[in-house]
Design a protein around this ligand. Structure first.
Ligand SMILES: Nc1ncnc2c1ncn2[C@@H]1O[C@H](COP(=O)(O)OP(=O)(O)O)[C@@H](O)[C@H]1O
Ligand SMILES: [Mg+2]
Length: 251
């Protein structure tokens, strides 16, 4: 397996925005991740795939500071972020859209978007600018600003959950199963949005059960099984290696 590359722009290497080195993570005494390492290159979409229970969500929670690794290092923009609170990590532009679209269902679409800016310390003018940008990305939400989030369709709720994160202009956006429960045409829209974000320079980590769809749009892929990384490479490399089938076959 290739070693995790360090931030090394000067040498013409791709710039690593996030690097996870040898982390162990668990819940209380229950160990889940073992010796997980990966590097995410700035401006790319990195897909993380693996069957249910492989540890994908646990990995995202560790990166966003919700779970503390018992071993190893996580660095972002060349600095260690291990031990920082989730709020500090968000302030650095690293956003996590959790599984299951955690919105305030009884609050309006507008309030949910505004909540994305909680603690950001922007001027009113900048806040309005962000809202305009996000609504430009998801025009359907502009017609629904005063409706309760819980009344939106599943696809619109997913757009809102992503929109809430985009209010912070993330440098690195992590999405956990964004297509869950969505109709295929809506999945297309979500994946198109991620490609658009990449074209604007945003780096994306995508955890996705629709593996083939994730492989179509990703620049790099990490395959997990039983709490470990069992392979990484381009979509073609991991497909040709048979690792994907292995990861899903051996449940
Ligand atoms: N809150 C929790 N407490 C204890 N164990 C958990 C918790 N959440 C997940 N796990 C366990 O961690 C393992 C990995 O889960 P998860 O990271 O959710 O996998 P994935 O997202 O790949 O489906 C599973 O064995 C799961 O049972
Ligand atoms: Mg999960």
């Amino acid at each position: 397996m290739p070693e995790v590359r360090a931030l090394n722009k000067a040498a013409g290497e791709p710039a690593t925005l996030l690097s996870v080195s040898g982390i162990d993570v668990g819940y209380g005494r229950v160990g889940v991740l073992q010796d997980v390492s990966l590097a995410v290159v700035e401006g790319q979409i990195c897909a993380i795939v693996g069957s249910n229970g492989a540890g994908k969500s646990t990995l995202l929670k560790a990166i966003s500071g919700l779970l503390a690794p018992t071993k190893g290092e996580i660095s972002y923009q060349g600095e260690s972020i291990g031990g920082l609170s989730p709020a500090r990590i968000v302030q650095k532009g690293l956003l996590h859209v959790a599984e299951g679209r955690r919105l305030f269902r009884h609050q309006s679409v507008r309030s949910n978007l505004d909540l994305g800016l909680y603690g950001a310390g922007l001027t009113r003018e900048d806040e309005r600018g962000r809202l305009t940008e996000v609504l430009g990305m998801f025009p359907v939400l502009s017609e629904k600003l005063d409706l309760a989030a819980g009344g939106l369709s599943g696809g619109q709720q997913q757009m809102l959950a992503i929109g809430q994160a985009l209010m912070r202009s993330p440098r690195l956006l992590m999405l956990d199963e964004p297509s869950l429960g969505l109709a295929p045409v809506v999945v297309d829209q979500v994946l198109e949005t991620l490609q658009k974000l990449r074209s604007q320079g945003c780096t994306v980590i995508l955890v996705e059960q629709l593996v083939e769809r994730a492989l179509e749009i990703c620049d790099a892929c990490v395959v997990m099984q039983h709490g470990r990384v069992i392979g990484r490479g381009t979509a073609d490399e991991v497909t040709a290696s048979g690792l994907i089938e292995h990861a899903y076959g051996a449940v």
